[in-house]
Design a protein around this ligand. Structure first.
Ligand SMILES: *Cc1c(COP(=O)(O)O)cnc(C)c1O
Length: 412
């Protein structure tokens, strides 16, 4: 098909970033603020804006594009599936969804009886989780301060940030937020009315904050003692992000201790929208016929994207690459005069600055051709593609190395 033929069904003639931004403001709801740019193309870890400027994408679409942009294997898998069978209803099964579910259960080393439900996003995976907790006949859910689990009403009930919640109250009841990583608070709150403890092993949106050592194992013990579910949100941390398939498999995050329920999304389709909620063991049978549903979830194209993503990560040894680059980046960033702390694992990193100047430093980085995210006032979040190399990212470290604490004070 010629470019001219395609033009009739695509965005139309090229325009400048400024022109697109003006049209964006007139056509889209203002839920995200003014866009930081208008991107038109990507390749590997790089993206280009509508004015032809290139950027190194160190945010990866917020921990999504694990294979980088326009990966040939992902592109081929998605195109081939769309050209074969693009969508069926969930009255039918497709080979891709079956194979992807089996693959995820195997990677999680999930026991007999474990089952998967596919969704289109992280927040929908969390909705599935919430509905699973209701099937226990209990309604108390223990979440953590700083938690982010999504924006639909059930997931929002588990999300801590006041500004996100308040305009939409009343939210589904039963959720209690405990001080982050506070073992005594968790022990005190537990009883036989608790349906679930819901955790992130690394809180991404709260500034890349890992739970303290031992907390995960304690939560497992308490959930077992009181017959509650232990639910883990790996929407951001899953699919190789921390250098293991799932964060709970990371030796110093979860040490392989399994949850009862786990949510996935972001990296699962490497940019194609797909999420999943997994019930481990008996939790795989909490939801029965008629109790949950979705039109698109487990769609053959999305499932093809998931299979291709997992296949490339395995074939190309990207878990080891993410671990090695993460370790090297952590060391390099920790030595910089403007950085006071580096948190996270693998390629989910938070560089805490010595002053609350993250937004300004992110602007400077963008001007220099690097996309990073000022996730909190004083922390830059990096969640780049797992294919990233040291040579590609070294220039960003040099850029930060050129800043002094005095520059940060000035930038506040
Ligand atoms: C991003 C995120 C979600 C929500 O996922 P969406 O696809 O944006 O709905 C839920 N939980 C965590 C931990 C996330 O990082």
């Amino acid at each position: 098909m010629s470019a001219g033929e395609l033009g009739a069904v695509t965005a139309g003639p090229p325009a400048t970033s400024e022109q697109w931004t003006r049209r964006y403001g007139d056509a889209l709801m203002n839920t995200f603020g003014t866009p930081r740019g208008v991107l038109v193309r990507g390749e590997g870890p790089y993206v280009w804006d509508a004015d032809g400027r290139r950027y190194l994408d160190l945010l990866g679409g917020i921990a999504v594009t694990v294979l980088g942009h326009a990966h040939p294997t992902l592109t081929a898998a998605v195109s081939a599936q769309l050209g074969t069978l693009g969508h069926v209803s969930n009255f039918f099964a497709t080979p891709n969804q079956v194979a992807l579910a089996e693959r995820l259960l195997a990677l999680a080393r999930a026991p007999q009886g474990s089952r998967v439900f596919f969704t289109n996003s992280g927040t929908e995976a969390v909705e599935g989780l919430v509905k699973m907790t209701r099937m226990t006949g209990r309604t108390r859910i223990l979440a953590q301060e700083g938690a982010f689990h999504g924006r639909t009403m059930g997931a929002l009930a588990l999300t801590h940030k006041r500004a996100y919640r308040e305009p939409f109250e009343p939210l589904p009841p039963g959720v209690e937020f405990l001080p982050f990583g506070d073992a005594a608070a968790l022990e005190a709150a537990m009883d036989d009315d608790v349906a679930a403890i819901v955790l992130e092993l690394v809180q991404g949106e709260a500034g890349v904050r890992p739970l303290p050592p031992g907390f995960w194992a304690l939560a497992r013990r308490l959930a077992d003692r009181h017959g509650a579910l232990l639910a883990l949100d790996e929407v951001q941390t899953g699919i190789g992000r921390t250098g293991e398939w799932f964060a709970f498999q990371h030796p110093d995050l979860g040490a392989g201790v399994q949850p009862d329920v786990m949510t996935l999304a972001k990296g699962l389709g490497a940019g194609f929208p797909i999420g999943a909620v997994i019930g481990f063991g008996a939790a795989g049978s909490l939801l029965g016929p008629g109790q949950h549903g979705t039109t698109f979830g487990g769609n053959p194209v999305a499932a093809a994207a998931g299979l291709a993503t997992l296949g490339v990560i395995e074939r190309d040894g990207l878990l080891a690459q993410a671990r090695d680059l993460g370790t090297r980046l952590t060391r390099a960033l920790a030595q910089l005069p403007v950085v006071s702390d580096v948190r996270g694992r693998g390629l989910l990193l938070g560089a805490q600055l010595r002053a609350p100047a993250a937004a300004r430093v992110a602007d400077l980085a963008m001007e220099a051709g690097y996309i990073v995210n000022p996730v909190t006032a004083d922390t830059l979040r990096l969640a780049p593609p797992l294919i990233l190399t040291w040579d590609q990212v070294a220039g960003f470290v040099d850029l930060l190395a050129g800043l002094t604490p005095a520059d940060l004070e000035e930038a506040r």
